[in-house]
Design a protein around this ligand. Structure first.
Ligand SMILES: Cc1cc2nc3c(=O)[nH]c(=O)nc-3n(C[C@H](O)[C@H](O)[C@H](O)COP(=O)(O)O)c2cc1C
Ligand code: SF4
Ligand code: SF4
Length: 282
């Protein structure tokens, strides 16, 4: 079975899940979506993305503002043929419109999503605080069980649909027009990032950015409004010099314990900066 597992990941939750699924499906290394979307000279050009085909294709990614990360939505639209498609949301568990968006984008291309999995992982949205340490291990244990289900389901090429969230807010408010509208502003929400004087000019924030949205001016980051809101820059800054609004100073940073900064740097394209402004694809 020719299987490829693609991932998009800022703090390693999706990468850790994708790696494990790929290994247990004997699918080789999981493939970074930002790298799968670069062209020959290593740059990411949303207006000119390469086509993707495969026998079995799986995608593992977070959820942002109750919908699909924009770069993943672009990637989904590059898939032109597959016999079996599966999608794993390794977000915080509240998918909002994520599942609906994936199905819609596939169906536009005449493709059907065969299996959808929701694997809740610790939240990396630092403005709401650091993920609760006690519950992290429970989530990782539950994720290990979920991965076994995913592997069994894909191996037998069965259909599967997980719940996309729990409670009234998750099922009625998060998928609603407010959040759909909010997604359009994601590329420019990097206007909320600031850098403290403690910046050591190491350049890691630029290196981890999956879409080349950061340049260094006098050694310090400048954001260029083609942001994915992945928070890799904020999370991986070794001295916590990057803040988002007023609520992140002094809050613990998060990454998956089995993923390190080199894994995230090597998931990003090497190329120069991106990318013209673009419409929301979700
Ligand atoms: C800007 C932002 C928005 C987020 N919105 C949601 C959300 O709507 N629902 C959810 O369940 N998790 C949400 N999260 C949490 C992430 O999806 C979750 O922590 C994910 O596991 C991170 O994956 P990664 O480590 O692979 O980057 C959000 C995170 C960020 C940074
Ligand atoms: S990662 Fe942090 S310390 Fe390094 S250049 Fe970026 S803001 Fe400065
Ligand atoms: S600027 Fe920061 S939050 Fe935006 S895409 Fe790059 S790393 Fe992610």
């Amino acid at each position: 079975m020719d299987t490829t597992v693609y991932y998009f990941s800022a703090t390693g939750n999706s990468l850790a899940v994708a790696r494990e699924i790929a290994q247990r499906l004997d699918a080789g290394e999981a493939v970074s979506i930002p790298q799968a979307l670069v062209d020959g000279d290593g740059s990411y050009d949303p207006a000119n993305l390469p086509a993707v085909t495969g026998e079995v294709i799986g995608i593992v990614c977070p959820i942002y503002m109750h919908n699909l990360p924009h770069i993943v939505a672009r990637f989904v639209q590059q898939i032109t043929a597959a016999d079996y498609l599966f999608f794993v949301f390794a977000g915080g568990g509240e998918l909002g419109n994520g599942a609906r968006t994936v199905r819609r984008l596939f169906s536009r291309r005449g493709l059907t999503l065969d299996a959808l999995f929701n694997v809740p992982m610790p939240s990396n949205y630092t403005p709401y605080g650091a993920p609760d340490k006690a519950s992290r291990q429970d989530q990782f244990s539950a994720a290990a069980d979920a991965i076994t289900t995913i592997v069994d389901t894909v191996q037998s090429r069965s259909p599967h649909t997980d719940s996309t969230g729990t409670g009234f807010v998750a099922t009625h408010i998060f998928p609603g027009p407010l959040y759909r509208l909010g997604h359009r502003f994601i590329p420019k929400m990097d206007g909320n990032f600031t850098v403290d004087d403690t910046c050591t000019k190491c350049g890691i924030c630029r290196q981890v950015c999956p879409v080349g949205n950061i340049t260094l001016h006098d050694g310090r980051p400048v954001w260029h409004h083609t942001c994915e809101q992945c928070f890799a820059c904020l999370q991986w800054c070794p001295v916590h010099a990057i803040q988002y609004g007023k609520k992140t100073r002094g809050v613990e940073r998060y990454h998956h314990p089995e993923v390190n900064v080199r894994d995230i740097i090597s998931s990003a394209p090497d190329g120069p900066e991106t990318s013209a402004e673009q419409d929301s694809p979700v």
